[in-house]
Design a protein around this ligand. Structure first.
Ligand code: ATP
Ligand code: MG
Ligand code: MG
Length: 350
């Protein structure tokens, strides 16, 4: 079969490669780290720096299409992909790599993010706090994930003691929300959009802990408006593949948090819990195949992340036959590191 190139070597790439294999495709991983858990399940692996143009060109030469599981891939070196299509496209990467860009982009399309202000100096931060108030969160514009690169500012004094990192930042007002949910959609090569059910997401310490479907009535009511925005984003980016938008459900409707131009942790429940998983639909979309049904395969689904040493209990987890256990094959468990997840389906007859 044909080969799909995947930029990034983590668990999302691993799950894309597994779905690709099921459809008869080979995967070729490109990642800078030598111990890639995606490469373990793929036919080929190029371990090279993102800016190694020669390695990137050789990688592309063997691929029918290239996608990414990691949205912080530097855009410049992707010129070395030449004529091989990159899906989703570079514009999606550029937009979503920078919190300031993505908030402006979504605002222009009619979405509502938290109030925000770019911060490049201590003076900017003081200005941001004067304009937006406290509490708030200072975030790096680029490269953050799992709540890394974020500082909560409860009082103006908190800001004065901060040693600002030497990179572009953004200050956001703290959103009072009653729930968090995500919209995960898949847009096909022909522009057709299919939505997965929106999961209710619970974060602990800035890291996703739990996703449940269906979401409770409160956040569920806000899904149509959130989907409408997500579709505008997908259309504006001429997007192909799976796209995720994270939202806060508030008394004033959905507030946009951030987007991920890729498959998403809050969609892992779709592997067993949807007719077609987010990974399979992503592969179908980038390969120009018809999309699969995104409907639920059970009455309710719950996905719990195994973070740090939580994965050590894997034998206990397996002792319940209803549990679907996923272990990512990462080496050492470190606090805050996502080691795997468990999914449970429930049926009304239970
Ligand atoms: P991810 O792993 O999802 O990419 P990230 O590092 O990009 O995470 P965010 O999504 O910005 O982080 O924030 C992580 C979590 O912190 C959010 O899901 C939410 O629970 C909380 N949070 C972030 N920004 C705000 C905000 N402005 N107001 C209230 N809570 C927030
Ligand atoms: Mg993020
Ligand atoms: Mg997030």
């Amino acid at each position: 079969g044909e080969t799909i190139g995947i930029l990034g070597g983590g668990q999302l790439g691993r799950m894309i490669a597994m779905a690709a294999a099921q459809l008869g495709y080979r995967s070729h991983i490109y990642a800078p780290e030598a111990d890639s858990i995606a490469a373990e399940v793929s036919a080929e692996f190029t371990c090279a720096a993102w800016d190694d143009a020669e390695a990137m060109a050789r990688f592309a030469a063997g691929c029918a299409v290239v996608t990414y599981e990691f949205e912080n891939v530097p855009v410049g070196p992707l010129a070395a992909l030449g004529d091989v299509p990159l899906l989703a496209k570079t514009l999606a990467l550029e937009t979503a790599q920078d919190r300031l860009n993505e908030k402006r982009f979504v605002t222009d399309l009619g979405g509502t993010p938290a109030p925000f202000h770019p911060v490049d100096s201590a003076a900017d931060l003081a200005e941001a706090i004067a304009a937006i108030g406290v509490p708030g969160i200072l975030k790096t514009r680029r490269d953050g994930y799992d709540g890394k690169g974020q500082w909560r500012i409860m009082t103006p004094e908190d800001a004065e003691g901060l040693d600002l990192p030497a990179q572009p930042l953004i200050y956001e007002g703290f959103v009072t929300f009653f729930a968090e949910f995500s919209v995960i959609l898949c847009r096909g090569a022909d522009g057709e959009i299919r939505y997965f059910d929106s999961a209710h997401n619970v974060h602990e310490g800035g890291i996703l802990a739990l996703s449940t479907v269906p979401a409770p009535a409160g956040p569920l009511e806000q899904v149509p408006a959130a989907r409408e925005l997500a579709a505008k984003v997908a259309d504006a980016l001429d997007y192909v593949g799976v796209l995720t938008l994270e939202f806060f459900a508030t008394e004033n409707g959905p507030v946009f948090n951030e987007m991920a131009p890729r498959v998403h942790n809050s969609g892992h429940w779709t592997i067993e819990g949807a007719i077609t998983s987010q990974f399979e639909n992503h592969v179908r979309a980038i390969c120009g195949l018809p999309l699969g049904d995104t409907g639920l395969a059970a009455d309710a689904v719950e996905m719990r992340n195994l973070i740090g040493n939580e994965a050590d209990d894997w034998q206990a987890i397996l002792s319940d036959p209803a549990n679907h256990l996923h272990l990512y094959g990462k080496g050492a468990a470190r606090p805050g590191r996502k080691m795997g997840h468990v999914t449970r389906l429930t049926f009304q007859r239970d």
